[in-house]
Design a protein around this ligand. Structure first.
Ligand code: R5P
Length: 325
């Protein structure tokens, strides 16, 4: 039987959706465990089915899914797995969604818009989730959308470790690509001992993914700029930021982002001369066509595994981040 037992009582079980099985397998390896064998299928008409091949009764279950394209399918699969766990008498069910689906729809920016991030939290709750674990939520207040504990993890320690010996703080400026990321960029600036610059950008509310960069607040001339963002989708935000920084005299632009959504034309845009290197984590799967020369992908599984272990053993998750929260 898969899983880890604590005190001869609790049993941790790991379940994976079909979106990013490699990530779930790496988490299981980190924990010295195995994934519960699961029969997951999509029927001819698109309906999804999932059944666990062994008992999950009384278990502390973690359902790992990566919300990549087709995102609605993988969300539905995770909901169905949570429902199956609930009906099979799992004692506690944690949704592990490293990239929280629909996180950018977190408020009504205009009349008659949905708040889809809240709807997703409600769906998890109704399906039977007791708690949620996610990495770098687009907006921290999404935690409050779910009526239960939310373990909000930060990829910053993973990314920082990569940069620690690569960047010289005396020539570095940390850049927030928009006003929404200033708090996170400020933490990076503190950790690296480098000044902060902010890009003021405006969106056309009628055109999705369309961004116009306006002005840079801070000193970037002659500096290497480290632009930090939670996600790169089409790449337009970050590449426009990189172009603006280079036009303002930056000598280098390095990009760090947690979630590599990389919808078209991200790979093409990120390969441009405005960008010197891109560092992301593998919260989302990266097929070969989304890999390019300037890209470094860091594994997120060790962080998720540590957090899962802490939750299972009733240890602190906050202490993993040394005040970064
Ligand atoms: C915006 O608020 C986000 O943090 C990202 O900067 C944005 O959603 C990325 O989208 P894209 O890569 O399509 O510009």
């Amino acid at each position: 039987m898969s899983g880890i037992k604590a005190n001869g009582q609790k049993r941790l079980v790991l379940i994976s959706g079909r979106a990013h099985p490699a990530l779930a397998e790496q988490i299981a390896d980190e924990l010295g465990s195995e994934l519960v064998p699961t029969d997951s299928r999509t029927f001819a008409n698109g309906e999804i089915y999932a059944r666990f091949d062994e008992s999950v009764r009384g278990s502390d279950a973690f359902v790992i899914q990566s919300h990549t394209q087709p995102i609605n399918e993988w969300l539905m699969e995770q909901l169905i797995m949570v429902d199956a766990l609930k009906r099979a008498s799992a004692k506690r069910i944690t949704v592990v969604a490293p990239f929280y689906p629909y996180a950018r729809q977190d408020k009504k920016g205009r009349g008659r818009e949905p708040i889809s991030a809240r709807l997703v939290a409600d769906l998890f709750k109704v399906a039977g989730a007791d708690r949620i674990m996610s990495v770098d939520l687009h907006a921290a207040q999404i935690q409050g959308f779910f009526d239960g504990p939310v373990d909000h993890l930060f990829a910053m320690p993973v990314l920082l470790e990569h940069f620690r010996n690569q960047l010289d703080a005396s020539t570095l400026t940390v850049v927030s690509p928009d006003m929404g990321r200033v708090r996170v960029a400020d933490m990076w600036s503190d950790k690296l001992g480098a000044p902060l610059a902010i890009i003021h950008k405006r969106r056309d509310p009628l055109v999705p993914n369309k961004v116009t960069v306006h002005e840079i607040v801070g000193d970037v001339k002659g500096r290497v700029c480290l632009v930090v963002d939670d996600l790169i989708d089409t790449g337009r935000t970050i590449v426009h930021a990189a172009e603006a920084l280079k036009a303002a005299g930056a000598v280098g632009v390095v990009i760090a982002a947690t979630h590599a959504v990389f919808s078209d034309p991200a790979v093409e845009l990120l390969s441009s001369d405005a960008v010197d290197s891109v560092v992301v984590t593998d919260t989302l799967p990266l097929p070969p066509e989304k890999i390019f020369d300037k890209l470094t992908v860091l594994p997120i599984a060790p962080l998720l595994a540590r957090a899962i272990k802490a939750v299972f053993e009733d240890d602190s998750v906050t202490s993993m981040f040394d005040g970064a929260a």
